[in-house]
Write a protein that binds this ligand. Structure first.
Ligand code: SAM
Length: 280
């Protein structure tokens, strides 16, 4: 008996019309659709008259479901994996299933389509030649700031997913770690009625979010332009804070000399970093 195929099928991220002809065809033809939330996906499937059998596969049962999916596929049935929105496995379940299918020599086929990160990059007006998809930052502020500090020197455009609950605090953290002048793009409600893209220095983007409560509602992709100078020294934010405090008691040049003495970082590098931060 030939083994069935596992199809990874992208579904709309808002506008129900954003589904490919091939996705509809596959979802109709497979024996089982493995969905993150069967009730949620039922709306999309009903809309397209798809009545294929559904099975729930989400973060909490993914490992348990692997054996049943493997059983179906090795028994010659075909399966489509979908998530609540967009491309499965992209900040969504499915990675462990796909890895297990590769290990079991089951064919995995892509049915590509919407992905909020790629859609946001295509309209943000930030460089797209190199980007780093980060997904969701930590919900805890201290951990989130640490994650951002680790990305401070990254020159690629950074792509984050964020919830309406945390978009303001995350942008505030971007400002405190990366500077108020770092250009960001707030992209919300892609493919929906209130699709918006605002590409501005971070402080101005924050003001825009704060000026109207409607601005913080909806689904967000936050993009952050990469660090400017490839290879230039990026100084630890703790050192920059120490420099700032020292400069309150003496001229900046002298403060740089003192901090340089304590940390071993070149005086000029500290001076340049302080000027850049002040500009931001
Ligand atoms: N797998 C999905 C994809 O391919 O983009 C992402 C799933 S993730 C659980 C959901 C997050 O994606 C949301 O919290 C939001 O950050 C982002 N997102 C999804 N749909 C969006 C939309 N229409 N506009 C803006 N962001 C969206």
């Amino acid at each position: 008996m030939t083994t069935g195929i596992l199809y990874i099928v992208a579904t709309p991220i808002g506008n129900l019309n954003d589904i490919t002809l091939r996705a509809i065809e596959v979802l109709k033809q497979v024996d089982v659709i493995a969905a993150e939330d069967t009730r949620h996906s039922k709306k999309l499937l009903d809309h397209y008259g798809i009545d294929t059998r559904l099975m729930a596969v989400h973060d909490h049962n993914e490992d348990d479901r692997i054996q049943s999916l493997l059983g179906l596929l090795q028994g010659g049935q075909s399966v489509a994996l979908i998530s609540d929105a967009g491309t499965p496995l992209i900040s969504d379940p499915g990675f462990r299933v796909v890895r297990a299918m590769h290990q079991a020599n089951v064919e995995v086929v892509s049915i590509p389509g919407p992905c909020a990160a790629i859609a946001a990059l295509s309209i943000a007006g930030l460089p797209t030649d190199r980007f780093l998809f980060v997904g969701f930052l930590s919900a805890k502020q201290k951990a989130r700031q640490g994650e951002l500090e680790n990305l401070l020197a990254e020159t690629a455009t950074l792509v984050f997913y964020e919830s309406p609950k945390r978009i303001l605090s995350t942008l505030e953290d971007v400002i405190s770690v990366m500077g108020a002048g770092r250009v960001v793009s707030v992209v919300k409600e892609i493919t929906k009625s209130f699709e918006t893209v605002k590409t501005l220095p971070a402080a101005e983007a924050l003001s825009w979010l704060q000026e109207d409560q409607h601005h913080t509602r909806g689904e967000f992709v936050l993009l952050v332009q990469g660090a400017e100078h490839k290879g230039s020294l990026v100084i630890d934010p703790k050192v920059m804070r120490a420099l700032q405090m020292t400069a309150e008691y003496m001229p900046l040049k002298k403060a740089c000399a003192v901090v340089s003495e304590l940390t071993g970082i070149a005086k000029n590098a500290l001076y340049d970093a302080a000027l850049t931060q002040n500009k931001g």
